[in-house]
Design a binder for this molecule. Structure first.
Ligand SMILES: [Zn+2]
Ligand SMILES: [Zn+2]
Length: 394
């Protein structure tokens, strides 16, 4: 069951902390790629990823997720090759940026990070010993998330953006990146917590004959059944978050994004993330679906949750009546009063039709976010539900 929840947390996660530098070193506002600064920022990203990777190799006990470790073995030479390429590319881009006099401090910081990574062994770093550790954080999971979801979506969002003028490093991207980092780092704790709760408090609900019947159904049928069960559960929880004053304040943090893209899917209050992850898994766990199918589903769901927020103008005609693609959820985030409290479904838009909360996604919203003022820091947003706020729901 641990593995079945593994990818569940890849999509969106949240909490607190300030792991990225801010202020003069790192831009908190929009940065237009192509203005000459791109190589400096790219070099910093590559340097940071490289250093995190080397640290994870040297200190796997504390910096990798136990459930992921066994998968790395066959890929170690590929990982080392990518690491070498990342470090060389990062250094090259940093030197280029410095030679052009662009964002010198960021480029110099990138070189410093790459130097530290090299001192620790670089691409040839010795794999640290694995002994029982009291805790671990998912540095490896952050790297995997940024390289897979981040890099892929940054590329496809540029192909067909909803908002052409929205840069990759748009306003509040640092805030959302903090959420991304903290939730990915906390994956190990999430897994342990979720599995402990499911095994301790929920397993008694399992009925062997039902589990046997469910787990032996055709895998495709199981997959769609999981989609339907999770979406119905998600619909109920999501709608409750919108219709209950205190829960809305929690959920409003997610809705406070004024720029939707792959990274905005990370902005979630911890009091939404934890119960959602847990309650969505309960019926799947109790019914006893084949763990292999559940794993495939959670990978799919992680990808789709990111896709729903992407700055991607994906229009698929009749298909959008059957499956939630992008527009359905973009309208859910719209600050247009007509679309408030609609389109809760994450997989099947007809669930919204059945329950009377469907808003037909014609065209694209022009404004996202909420009218109420939400703090713009992770800690401020964590505290927001507990502070007096206006009554508006949206
Ligand atoms: Zn919502
Ligand atoms: Zn959303």
């Amino acid at each position: 069951m641990i593995k079945t929840t593994l990818s569940y947390f890849q999509n969106q996660t949240a909490a607190r902390g300030a792991l990225l530098p801010t202020g003069p070193l790192f831009p908190t506002g929009p940065v237009q790629i192509g203005c000459g600064k791109g190589s400096a920022y790219t070099s910093f990203a590559l340097a940071l990823l490289s250093l995190m990777s080397v640290l994870a190799i040297v200190f796997p006990n504390y910096l990798t997720i136990a459930e992921l470790r066994e998968a790395y073995g066959p890929w170690l030479s590929v990982i080392r090759g990518m690491l070498q390429g990342g470090m060389m590319g990062g250094a090259g881009l940093a030197l280029f940026a410095i030679s052009r006099g662009k964002q010198i401090w960021i480029a110099a910081s990138a070189l410093a990070l790459i130097t530290v990574a090299q001192v620790l062994g670089g691409a040839d770093a010795k794999v640290g010993e694995l002994t029982p550790a009291p805790f671990s954080v998912g540095v490896d999971w952050v790297v995997i998330g940024l390289l897979s979801v981040g890099a892929v979506f940054m590329a496809i969002e540029k192909l067909a953006p909803v908002r052409k003028d929205q840069p990759i490093l748009r306003d509040k991207w640092v805030l959302d990146m903090k959420y991304f980092f903290v939730y990915h780092l906390a994956l190990g704790a999430f897994l342990i917590g979720t599995n402990t709760v499911l095994n301790t408090f929920v397993s008694w609900m399992q009925i062997d004959s039902v589990a046997l019947a469910v787990s032996t159904m055709h895998p495709l049928l199981q997959f769609f059944a999981i989609m339907l069960i999770v979406d119905l559960t998600q619909y109920a929880i999501h709608r409750t978050y919108h219709s209950t004053s205190f829960l809305w304040r929690i959920h409003a943090v997610h809705h406070s994004s004024e720029h939707l893209d792959w990274l905005s899917s990370s902005r979630l209050h911890i009091l939404e993330t934890l119960p959602l992850r847990l309650f969505l898994l309960v019926p799947v766990f109790v019914l006893g679906f084949d763990p292999a199918v559940v794993n495939i589903y959670v990978v799919f769901a992680s990808f789709q949750a990111t896709l729903l927020h992407a700055n991607l103008k994906l229009e698929l005609g009749w298909f959008e009546h059957l499956f939630v693609v992008v527009r359905h959820h973009h309208w859910h985030h719209s600050n247009d009063a007509r679309a408030h409290n609609t389109n809760y479904a994450a997989h099947f838009p007809w669930i919204d039709r059945i329950f009377g909360t469907f808003y037909e996604a014609k065209g694209w919203p022009t404004e996202y976010g909420v009218s109420e003022k939400i703090p713009s820091t992770v800690l401020g947003q964590a505290a927001y539900p507990f502070t007096p706020v206006p009554n508006r729901q949206g």
